[in-house]
Design a protein around this ligand. Structure first.
Ligand code: ASP
Ligand code: MG
Length: 454
């Protein structure tokens, strides 16, 4: 059995859903469970509607609902399901959902409140509508699809808008509801992103939570694989905007994916697939718009260890600010780091790279909203300089462990470029350093040539 998750762009309209149906059809023999996101942008729109209503702009909220949410779903449904009475039944069900949404928005407007709990209920309609249509469209196309409400088996705590699944409560329910459907040869279709508390109150797993749902369902049922169908081919050796011939990676480890995620290898957020990785279930990333592409596999460990000295990918992140902090009072030495981190903590600004010496600390941030306040707090016990328009360059690969030659090769390839803050994480699978933003294209191109084109 496999779990196939389709993201928002994969179900954004009738044409996209037709693609999905053909992809699922080809995998039918593997007993797929289909998990879908809301149509692209619908979650944002629903949240916007809820905010408008609670701010007292109910007319705008209802108009937005009608012009986008209602129109897009009714339109896709009408294109995908043309047989009667299925078509009328589907349109009626959609209207039923939409009417509930209208009532909810009216309620928010009257109460003038918008709790996380209400927000989750409103947001849940995105996935409930998209899967309602997808399941009906699959049946119309000759696939025996059965719609299951994820809120009956993804049981979560009650931290609304970022709920955590309660695996022990969910497991028996998932088995009881999903397995019989698979056993009779049908295809379960369910919602990503949503769940419910043990008392049946709707929750969501956080924005982008459908990948998480797929991993949870795969882990609960011991799936053979989880397929994340999205709108990119997979993970590449580097950014194709800078190196057009960047290569698609056949496989990466979970650790490598985690290192790359920070650099906006925007394929998926690795923490969301943790439930699958912990159970050793491979996760594949595929492109719905280019289904022939082989995709990238993410696994807990490499099937075959990468040869020492080989890299997987070169990532970068621009818009980095370096803050250099020099201790002015030796007496404070033992409490220096603590004092520094306390300041960043207070301003909820996360620190990414860090390099220290006895008397100074350099660190990087990418969120500069509180930079001025942070600097003036730090100046109470240190001398501070700030360098803007920097970038982090990061080499990633399990093959870097215990292979010192990599640094020499990397720095040799860019020996004429000014770099600083060289650091290697504890996992030893990344080597990062800072360059000036303007040097990024040259650095990435030369490193790619050095490590991937020879
Ligand atoms: N529809 C939800 C969101 O946009 C969940 C997802 O797409 O994964 O955040
Ligand atoms: Mg989405």
């Amino acid at each position: 059995m496999i779990v196939m998750k389709f993201g928002g762009t994969s179900v954004e309209d009738a044409a996209a859903m037709r693609q999905v149906i053909e992809i699922v059809r080809r995998k039918r023999a593997l007993s797929p469970i289909v998990v879908a996101s809301a149509m692209a942008k619908i979650t944002d729109t629903l949240i916007r509607c809820a905010q408008l209503a609670h701010q007292g702009h109910e007319d705008d909220a209802q108009r937005l609902l009608n012009e986008t949410v209602a129109a897009r779903h009714r339109d896709a449904a009408a294109q995908l399901v043309t047989t009667e009475p299925q078509r009328s039944v589907l349109l009626e069900r959609i209207d039923h959902h939409l009417n509930e949404l209208r009532t909810l928005l009216h309620g928010l407007a009257i109460l003038g409140e918008l709790s996380p709990r209400s927000l989750d209920t409103v947001a849940s309609y995105g996935e409930r509508l998209s899967t309602l249509i997808l399941a009906a469209a699959m049946r119309e196309a000759g696939l025996d699809a059965e719609l299951l409400d994820a809120r009956q088996f993804i049981i979560t705590d009650d931290r609304f808008t970022k709920a955590t699944p309660l695996m022990d409560l969910s497991a028996p329910r998932a088995r009881a509801l999903l397995l019989p459907v698979l056993h009779r040869g049908a295809i379960p279709v369910t919602q990503g992103f949503i769940g419910a508390t043990p008392h049946g109150i709707t929750t969501t797993l956080g924005r982008g939570g459908s990948d998480y749902s797929a991993a949870i369902i795969g882990a609960l049922l011991d799936a053979d694989a989880i397929e994340i169908w999205t709108d990119v081919d997979g993970i590449l050796t580097t950014d194709p905007k800078l190196v057009p011939h960047a290569r698609l990676l056949e496989s990466v480890t979970f650790q490598e994916a985690a290192e790359l995620a920070y650099f906006g290898a925007k394929v998926l957020h690795p923490s969301t697939i943790l439930p699958a990785v912990e159970k050793n279930i491979p996760v594949y990333v595929y492109n719905t718009k280019n289904p022939k592409s082989p995709g990238t596999r993410i696994t807990a460990r490499e099937a075959q260890p990468t040869p020492p000295g080989t890299l997987k990918a070169i990532a970068y992140k621009q818009g980095i600010t370096v803050i250099n902090i020099y201790s002015t009072r030796m007496l404070l030495a033992h409490g220096f780091l603590h004092a520094i981190f306390e300041v960043f903590d207070r301003f909820e600004t996360s620190v990414d790279l860090l390099a220290t010496s006895e008397v100074s600390v350099s660190l990087t941030i990418d969120d500069t909203r509180h930079l001025d306040k942070i600097v003036s707090e730090l100046q109470k016990f240190s001398t501070v300089t700030v360098e803007r328009e920097r970038a982090i360059i990061c080499l990633v690969g399990e093959g870097m462990k215990h292979t010192p030659g990599i640094a020499a090769r990397a720095f040799g390839a860019i020996r004429d470029i000014n770099i600083n803050m060289i650091s290697q994480g504890a996992s030893e699978i990344n080597l990062s350093f800072i360059v000036h933003e303007a040097d990024v294209p040259t650095v990435i191109q030369r490193l790619h040539r050095e490590f991937f084109e020879r």
